[in-house]
Ligand binder design. Structure first.
Ligand code: NAP
Length: 338
């Protein structure tokens, strides 16, 4: 089978398609023939050598796949064989075939293509945990979604709309028309101007109830300062550090140094909450994640979960896929097709 191997830290030239032996399932696993694999920002950071959770190089990235079950281990119901599924994979998903624990697999909703299904797990589980589980977003509340046009951003917009929140979103201006059509109430251009004064003007100086922030570094402080009373800040990424080579290492170091510290007195005097999320540290809580996933898949049936695929690239074109995210051109999800 073919796999996309990140052979070393570096630019897109370190990405190679290589042949590997086909996997066989352990007792509690299934083997999936992959029809589409999700690409995530974490894969870019890993390639740049800036993702502490990434496996040692050479490695195969890929947190999610959709495909067809080809074989089942002896403890797994054999009726799964031949079914179309979507699954979460702790790395290795960017492969023609992958063995995964049966507990990490869900039936693919019929109304979704394989490409759309591969756009679900990471983006929607992250957004669900941020908005519903930890952010406790309520109808009528105001939410600011940073990178609203990205994979997680669009997922968060779907969920915020369903809840009935008022939505503010930062994004590159080329994405604003799409975002407005998709239901974003207030798109904010954060590339040419500072987003904070714009947000304050739009909210009559009050700020918002929930902000989800994947930018990191000093940006977390700025988001924190844009909360109204009982506001919450969800921190879940450090895209501020993304760059190739030494520049990336320096940017990541700067982001780490500039991370704010939150004092309990400040939090309770301002009635604010802060929390962090790392979906990649939830593998030991499969029951919890499965509950979230079932809600999300119900949302697919009810049509308020609308995974949007920006573009699908063949494995051979993985470099172009990485570049699309790095150049900020994607709207929603980029997927890879074996
Ligand atoms: N903690 C977790 O569990 C978790 C899970 C999933 C994702 N994340 C994080 O969430 C963020 C979004 O992830 P995603 O996979 O959905 O990717 P994505 O948002 O589709 O990523 C690409 C987009 O990010 C924006 N962006 C912001 N800063 C950037 C930079 N320095 N370089 C390139 N693009 C930048 C760009 O959009 P605009 O210019 O339009 O804003 C770009 O189009 C990432 O920081 C990722 O690490 C965290």
């Amino acid at each position: 089978m073919k796999q996309i191997v990140t052979t070393a830290n570096g630019d897109i030239n370190v990405l190679k398609v290589q042949e590997k032996p086909d996997p066989t399932p352990r007792d509690d696993e299934v083997v999936i023939r992959v029809r589409a694999a999700g690409l995530n920002f974490a894969d870019i950071l890993a390639r740049q050598g800036l993702y502490p959770d990434g496996p040692p190089k050479p490695c195969v990235m890929g947190y999610e796949v959709s495909g067809v079950v080809e074989a089942a281990g002896k403890d797994v119901n054999s009726s799964f064989v031949g079914k179309s599924v979507v699954a979460m994979t702790p790395f290795g998903g960017q492969s023609e075939m992958i063995a995964v624990k049966a507990t990490q697999m869900f039936e693919k909703p019929e109304k979704l293509t394989f490409e759309q299904a591969a756009a679900i797990p990471v983006n929607y589980l992250t957004a669900y945990a941020l908005l519903v589980v930890m952010g406790s977003l309520h109808a009528g509340e105001l939410i600011l979604i940073h990178n609203a046009g990205g994979g997680v951003g669009l997922a968060a917009l779907d969920i915020a709309k369903k809840i009935g929140a008022v939505t503010y979103g930062t994004a590159s201006p080329s994405k604003h028309k799409f975002l407005t059509e998709r239901g974003l109430d207030h798109p904010i251009d954060y590339r040419k101007q500072d987003w904070q004064p714009q947000l304050m003007q739009l909210t009559n100086g009050r700020g918002v109830d929930l902000i989800i922030d994947p930018i990191g570094g000093a940006h977390f402080k700025k988001s924190y300062n844009s909360l109204r009373h009982t506001g919450r800040l969800g921190m879940f990424g450090v895209s501020a550090g993304s760059a190739n080579g030494l520049s990336g290492k320096l940017k990541m170091l700067k982001a780490a140094i500039q991370m704010p510290r939150f004092h309990p007195l400040g939090l309770f005097n301002k009635n604010r909450g802060v929390f962090g999320l790392n979906l990649g540290h939830m593998w030991h809580e499969p029951e919890k994640v499965a509950l979230w996933m079932r809600d999300i898949l119900r949302g697919v049936d009810e049509e308020w979960i609308r995974p949007h695929v920006d573009q699908a690239f063949s494995f051979e074109d993985v470099g172009k896929a990485h570049r699309r995210l790095e150049e900020r051109k994607n709207i929603g999800k980029v997927v890879l097709i074996p």
